[in-house]
Design a protein around this ligand. Sequence first.
Ligand SMILES: *[C@@H]1O[C@H](CO)[C@@H](O)[C@H](O)[C@H]1NC(C)=O
Ligand SMILES: *[C@@H]1O[C@H](CO)[C@@H](O)[C@H](O)[C@H]1NC(C)=O
Ligand SMILES: *[C@@H]1O[C@H](CO)[C@@H](O)[C@H](O)[C@H]1NC(C)=O
Length: 405
Amino acid sequence: MRPTSALVAAGVLVSGTSAENYLGFNSGATLADRSAKFKADWLAEFKTAQNLENAPGKFNAVRLYTNIQAYSEDTPIEAFEAAIETNTKILLGIWTSGTNSIEKELSALKKAIDKYGSKFTDLVIGMSIGSEDLYRDSETGVKNEAGIGAGPDTLIKFINDYKKAVAGTALKGVPIGHVDTWDAWTNGTNKAVIDAVDWIGVDEYPYYENGKGNNIKNSGTLFDRAFNAVKGVAGDKPIWVTETGWPSSGPNWDQAVSSVENAKYYWDEVGCRKLFNKVPTFWYNLRDSNPDNKMKFAITNNLSTKPLFDLTCPTKFDTPTSTSTSAAPSSTGVSAPSSSATSASGSTNTTGGSGTSAGADNSAAESGDGTEEADAIPTGSGASIGRSLFTVVSLALVAGVFTLF
Ligand SMILES: *[C@@H]1O[C@H](CO)[C@@H](O)[C@H](O)[C@H]1NC(C)=O
Ligand SMILES: *[C@@H]1O[C@H](CO)[C@@H](O)[C@H](O)[C@H]1NC(C)=O
Ligand SMILES: *[C@@H]1O[C@H](CO)[C@@H](O)[C@H](O)[C@H]1NC(C)=O
């Protein structure tokens, strides 16, 4: 991000990175069989990402969830070496739920800085302190048994711990963010997190917006509505879309149908129309790695550079331009949106509903990654969620969500 004058005035000078709309995918620390990913696995991912047929840009960035190699104490994740070899930009992540210390994360990061120097640090485009912790800690997250989260105070403490740790290093100018669901950001209680970060990472899954007319034809509109709601509370802070996608297979979710055709439609209407080369974007996903989620989000099989559908962007789109933030498209009969771009309260029923749905996805799709990282954290380090507990939690989550219908 090139700092805007407002950011500079506020003293939030984010150096090093120029305005760039990164294109990348998310990448957890383990494979679908829960075994650790190693350097060769990330090399394969990054090479495929950069060579996807008909891609609307170069997917040469990756979002990681942890600095720690899976099942190690504090060994730097081997993704770093693969990124260096393939010149892949890195959005770092630190896992912050279920722990009262990020020392091991910081230790792994410092080891990587010492070991790889600027070959590594020059590739780092951002750091996310946490992933969906606020959602898991929210009313809907708790109701859905989404797993252990963390509140705003905890996140801010970790942000400060991180800042201290990198103060004397080449990473000190790297912009700091936090990733959460859109309705976590619009929840006024979390405002202090917005104030504490340089950029806002938002995960958005219209697919899981049950009760909102979440059929594929309405996905662009649902996406825009949530995005605008976050924009309305973000102030000057840039928004990065850190997760979004539509499953190509798996069970349906209310009106949302998983299919290759719909995954392509979503790629076009959300990716091409709204995000690619316009907003820093980390698509979900290149490779599926959460065995607990029956919805499969990968855009390709087995890391083939020939995706499941043609990635070519169309020149015309179906999604109506959102001129008003409060009008629901009448043609779809979707329920009225809760969040206007200007309303920061976000405390209405529908907001809660989308928290359920978006969050449900995130939990289902993403806690896996987090849990995988949590697995990598030695049990001594705190209350990391066990793998089997996660499975139970996932199932409970799905059951919980369905009882809301
Ligand atoms: C809003 O955020 C706070 C703090 O993270 C959380 O405790 C609360 O449950 C959230 N509200 C809703 C409606 O989810
Ligand atoms: C996936 O790719 C790997 C590496 O190229 C190959 O060994 C494996 O057989 C492939 N699996 C399938 C199901 O195509
Ligand atoms: C909020 O949602 C609950 C449960 O879905 C419903 O019973 C209630 O009537 C709703 N309240 C409003 C104000 O829409």
